[in-house]
Write a protein that binds this ligand. Structure first.
Ligand code: FRU
Length: 497
């Protein structure tokens, strides 16, 4: 079927229940469906939205197009959880159903204000000449999860930005409400983050100009800005499109980056940082549009879209696409480095733990676990000064696996999905490398869930995420090396949520 503009814009009600049920059945019977990650019940999922805590639940919505694996007319789909691991699907949350969001209820955020959840999002609206008019819109959700939209936009497009003005994050900072919004400057045509302030409880928003957080050029657009505080330090997460690779090397079509500041003055548009280095949030293939927020207890949590725009994925053929990452808790080391860790409750999914050790010489290639099932966690420490390949999801003939090539002498890890099953996105390379401490052990915490692999390295100092699409027989974990490899760890199977 050809995804014409008309088809992508077709109102949800005109599709018919049967079509939706067929699409849902197709996604539910996929070999690649996820067991303990949020995936769409049908169609396409992209950005996490409205990640928040309200009324005794964690909430996350996702950008959804339920009728196919394309970026059609977007809505918000609502998920909630008691523990950040088990998620309940509450279905359609925000519908693109009025003038200001008629071409899509685009990304945004949520924050408890009073006894309701305030939602701020981007209404994508196009006129008869297909010119986009971006509106920053508001809505209130009550404790019965009923959402009521505000009838008028909170913010309309100011003259100094182009039509690329979206993804508002609403935050309370120093007793004031601020919105930070991804933007493209109208004159320079470069990527910016706009700041707005509301002094009268969200009635009027005042344009404070841009947030100055780097001296570098951030490409032609910044999507999905997300500001969180960790031990009072501001951490700014964002997606620059078209950023020069010399500023921060990346191989993905668009990177997802962060900078850590010492302080932020939103009224003055200043993000003060002694080290303004722009870093990659993830060193793998598929993390984008990440959203972080500070929970009422002050902790910072992160969740990401594990997929990228403008790339075909193998499940497109099954009419569904993408998933969300697991939730990660953010912290800073004493030296100020960002740490991303699985939330503690993730361990509740473990069963059938199997200790793993190897302290002697080994064969060229040796299985650690011969039948992993398709959902597991593997914690493994590799001793210093060793080289080899950790095969995740290897087949019986040793010619297909997701490979993690390690060198604990040089301190390098390369994730290679080139021969891990169905190939895709090869134009962006099939390997990603990250560097860690030399001559030191490497601690890995690897999560595999059917068609996603999330790797936490050295207690979360780095992460590497990859979608991959294994063939049926790929069921073992093995280490391959020319010499002895010493390791110890534990393998667990993981329950579905
Ligand atoms: C990022 C993004 C956002 C936009 C949304 C639309 O992936 O392009 O900027 O709000 O997706 O689905």
């Amino acid at each position: 079927m050809e995804w014409t503009r008309e088809l992508r814009c077709k109102p949800y009600a005109d599709w018919g229940a049967k079509t939706l049920l067929d699409l849902q059945a197709q996604a539910a019977s996929s070999d690649y469906k996820l067991g303990y990650h949020i995936m769409p019940t049908s169609g396409l999922l992209n950005d996490p939205n409205g990640f928040s805590y309200y009324n005794g639940y964690w909430h996350v919505f996702y950008q959804s197009y339920p009728f196919g694996p394309v970026h059609g007319l977007k809505s918000w789909n609502h998920m909630r959880s008691k523990d950040l691991v088990h998620w309940e699907n509450l279905g359609l949350g925000l519908n693109p159903d009025f003038e200001y969001d008629k071409n899509g209820a685009y990304s945004g955020s949520a924050l408890q204000i009073g006894d309701k959840l305030f939602i701020m999002y981007n209404g994508n609206s196009r006129d008869e000449n297909w010119v986009r008019h971006p509106y920053q819109l508001g809505a209130w959700m009550d404790e019965n999860n009923r959402i009521e939209k505000l009838p008028e936009p909170l913010i309309t497009q100011p003259d100094h930005v182009t039509e690329h003005f979206r993804d508002p994050q609403i935050i309370k900072h120093k007793d004031e409400y601020y919105a930070i919004i991804g933007a493209q400057d109208a004159t320079q045509k470069d990527g910016r983050i706009s700041i707005y302030r509301s002094k009268d409880l969200l009635k009027n928003f005042e344009d404070l100009g841009y947030l100055h957080f780097t001296d570098e050029n951030m490409g032609y657009m910044i999507e999905c800005p997300s500001l969180v505080f960790i031990n009072d330090k501001p951490v700014l997460i964002f997606c620059p499109q078209g950023m020069d690779k010399n500023i921060c090397p990346y191989d993905n079509i668009y990177p997802n980056n962060y900078v850590i500041g010492d302080s932020v003055n939103l009224d003055a548009g200043r993000f003060e940082a002694s080290d303004k280095t722009v870093k990659n949030l993830d060193e793998g293939f598929d993390v984008y549009a990440s959203q972080a927020f500070n929970a009422p207890d002050g902790k910072a949590y992160l969740i990401s879209w594990t997929g990228l725009p403008e790339i075909e994925y193998p499940t497109d053929k099954e009419n569904w696409a993408h998933c969300l990452s697991q939730v990660k808790e953010l912290s800073l080391t004493d030296k100020g480095e960002l740490i991303q860790r699985p939330v503690k409750t993730m361990a509740d999914l473990r069963y059938d733990g199997l200790p793993l050790t190897q302290e002697q010489g080994m064969d060229h290639i040796q299985n650690l676990v011969s039948d992993t099932g398709s959902q597991y966690e593997l914690k493994l420490t590799l001793d210093a000064n060793q080289k080899g390949i950790l095969h995740l999801e290897k087949n019986g003939s040793n010619n297909q696996s997701l490979k993690l090539v390690f060198d604990t002498e040089e301190g390098s890890l390369t994730l290679d999905r080139g021969n891990s099953g169905k190939v895709f996105a090869t134009e962006f390379g099939t390997k990603r490398t990250t560097l860690v401490a030399k001559n030191a052990p490497i601690e890995l915490d690897v999560f595999v869930d059917n068609s996603i692999c999330e790797i936490f390295i050295n207690g979360g100092k780095k992460t590497m995420t990859a979608r991959f699409f294994p063939e049926k027989g790929q069921k073992s974990i093995a280490i391959e090396s020319q010499s002895d490899v010493k390791y110890r760890g534990t393998f667990w199977k993981m329950q579905s949520i």
